[in-house]
Design a protein around this ligand. Structure first.
Ligand code: HEM
Length: 245
């Protein structure tokens, strides 16, 4: 069966459009909105739900990302060379992926609920961010659906995306997309990939930019010296020039 036009658009064009938007958008945002490059923290407004939802979402997502790197980037033959059979991989990925996905989804649910119900937090949410939350929830829901439908309830071996989605994903990076690989992929995976591509295109224009900020220089900054203003200065002998008023 020949590759259809919509398959060319979805698997051969959309990933590049979204990647271009992602990279150029991040450069644009950094150049024109450097001081708006932030998660727009709302911790001051509400803490209880944030403390629960944020770690659940972020830790869940870290494991989801690790799972994607192993599943999409590492060829099946490599894990095979380490003695990991297809069956072992399938069970491990399905169990760990489902737990990580449920944690990320539950965390995101709490974060969205908090954002909608805490007035000040909702008012500080931009239009782009509202759209981003819908798309992000869509990617995770579609990924969970694909996993549960095809891996948990899809027979003993599930759907082997490491023979199709994985090599197609790697072929994108070789600038030679092999669309024949992805031709018969179940619709659940197609939906997941389409929504994920939209998310990457939106990324630079939302609070998700904070994922690329790490306070590296913070670890090297000089100490902040605090001095007491009151009379109880401890037992140390006062040095000249440090006496109080
Ligand atoms: C921000 C982007 C993405 C997010 C948040 C995301 C999230 C998820 C989640 C929550 C699952 C459910 C099970 C698990 O945790 O592994 C999943 C499964 C899956 N995703 Fe994604 N995904 C993203 C991008 C992608 C992309 C770009 C691809 C392919 C090119 C992809 C391919 C898959 C596959 C093959 C599975 C099934 C994994 C399994 O059942 O072991 N995902 N995704």
């Amino acid at each position: 069966m020949a590759v259809s036009t919509w398959q060319v658009l979805v698997f051969g064009v959309l990933p590049y459009v979204s990647f271009a938007l992602f990279v150029l958008g991040l450069i644009w945002r950094y150049r024109y909105d450097k001081f708006g490059w932030t998660t727009r923290s709302s911790e001051l407004h509400e803490r209880r739900l944030l403390r629960l939802g944020s770690p659940l979402f972020h830790f869940g997502l870290i494991f989801v990302i690790l799972g994607h790197v192993v599943g999409l980037v590492i060829p099946k033959s490599w894990t095979g060379a380490f003695g990991i059979t297809a069956e072992m991989y399938h069970i491990g990925a399905t169990v760990m992926g489902t737990i990580a996905g449920v944690a990320a989804l539950t965390g995101l649910g709490i974060l969205i609920y908090r954002r909608r119900t805490t007035g000040a937090v909702f008012r500080a949410t931009t239009r782009n961010d509202k759209l981003m939350y819908v798309v992000l929830a869509g990617v995770i829901l579609a990924g969970m659906y694909a996993t549960i439908r095809h891996q948990v309830f899809g027979g003993s071996h599930g759907y082997d995306y490491r023979e199709t989605v994985g090599p197609w994903f790697r072929s994108l990076w070789m600038l030679d997309p092999d669309l024949t690989l992805i031709q018969d992929v179940p619709v659940a995976f197609t939906i997941h990939i389409v929504i994920a591509s939209i998310l990457f295109g939106l990324w630079p224009f939302t609070r998700l930019v904070h994922a690329f900020s790490a306070p590296v220089t913070y670890t090297m900054r000089p100490y902040v010296v605090y001095r007491s203003r009151d009379e109880h200065r401890g037992s140390r002998v006062q040095r000249r020039g440090w006496e109080g008023p």
